[in-house]
Design a protein around this ligand. Sequence first.
Ligand SMILES: O=c1ccn([C@H]2C[C@H](O)[C@@H](COP(=O)(O)OP(=O)(O)OP(=O)(O)O)O2)c(=O)[nH]1
Ligand SMILES: [Mg+2]
Length: 164
Amino acid sequence: MPTDLEIAVQQLDPDLPLPAYAHPGDAGADLVSTVDVTLAPGERALVPTGIAIALPDGYVALVHPRSGLAARHGLSIVNTPGTVDAGYRGEIKVLLINHDPAETIALRRGDRIAQLVIQRYERAAFVAVDTLPDSVRGGGGYGSTGGFGGTSRSARQSPRRRAT
Ligand SMILES: O=c1ccn([C@H]2C[C@H](O)[C@@H](COP(=O)(O)OP(=O)(O)OP(=O)(O)O)O2)c(=O)[nH]1
Ligand SMILES: [Mg+2]
């Protein structure tokens, strides 16, 4: 088992827990809200988490939604995944949005609202060129390979697996 990467955390709200992984092997460490917040359908709010971090050079922290809250309540993040730069020393905040068409979402201080995924990244040197090397895909995009499923409409009508 590799040793965990140590990340310095400043607790701006010491009564609340540090980011925490719910299980061994989880990629996302849960972040909590420092405030009570109510989101009407379609409403968004920038919610503080009570922590600031110092990432080592070459690392980024990505703020992802929690799938359970998304599935049950339609709660997501406007700018998902949010990017926390290695040089950022301010409080990490989460731009929550209520996608439910009808239900208001009431969150409490201490609720786990998002998860932080720590990743290495590459820093690029962007080099201007006149022509790009050929590729099989070329310029095709935005649906160039078709729509749902495989190659035909009948494939879409007889799915092999159904959502439960
Ligand atoms: O979900 C997020 C996304 C960003 N940030 C913080 C950390 C990040 O380093 C900083 C800037 O984010 P970003 O670069 O995405 O926003 P910007 O609109 O480009 O702001 P800036 O001009 O400050 O770079 O805001 C958060 O706390 N939460
Ligand atoms: Mg930026």
